[in-house]
Design a protein around this ligand. Sequence first.
Ligand SMILES: O=C[C@H](O)COP(=O)(O)O
Length: 250
Amino acid sequence: MSRKKIIAGNWKMNMTPSEAVALINTLKPLVQNDEVDVLLCVPAIDIIPAMEAAKGTNIQIGAENMYFEEKGAYTGEISPNMLVDAGVKYVIIGHSERREYFAETNETVNKKVLKAFEHGITPIICCGESLTQREQGITIDWIRQQIKVAFLNVTADQAKTAVIAYEPIWAIGTGKVATTEQAQEVCAAIRACISEIYDEATAAAIRIQYGGSVSAASAPELFAQADIDGGLVGGASLKPDFGAIVNYNK
Ligand SMILES: O=C[C@H](O)COP(=O)(O)O
């Protein structure tokens, strides 16, 4: 089955609203590639101006996080309804930075994933191992556990539309990209895990990204791997380099 690649930027806590608009205007002509889905996940305060700036282009705007309640006394949180009303179709869930600094767990990730599906938002579900876990040889076990819990009570039809981002923590923002073999091995194991939970058709449909120091230089080889369907790009999505990543196949 041929899966359309999805190349997403994750701006993290960067870009004021006016900087966001300026960056999107810079990126517009650089990220034209009909063969891939192009997405920018931006800080909540940037979503509306970013949507406006990206109107009429191939750039979609997503969110970096979302809470699992609809509304109420949750100071500082963003609800699924708010994202839907702003036109958001994708949300990153369970990034390792959210797990490390904001105490997110596999269980809260699962609640958020279910809530996103309930509202018709596609979750980009993050998973990944630490350097210690890789050195201990428990990478695959760890990631299988993250995936199994994230997908609890998710239907096969929902799972087919999900995006999973494999991001080895040791490769994030370090310039130390995983080798193509390491990235492909884990992405293939994730697909096998989805096949075990659901079936082969679901595993064949789901899109799996690699993230962690993706650059214009590393993207072509990474994205050519059988089980890698694009990337979740941090630092390089804040620069015109993102255009070269999106056009990795040109
Ligand atoms: O979500 C994106 C990742 O954390 C990768 O960030 P990076 O490309 O800066 O290493």
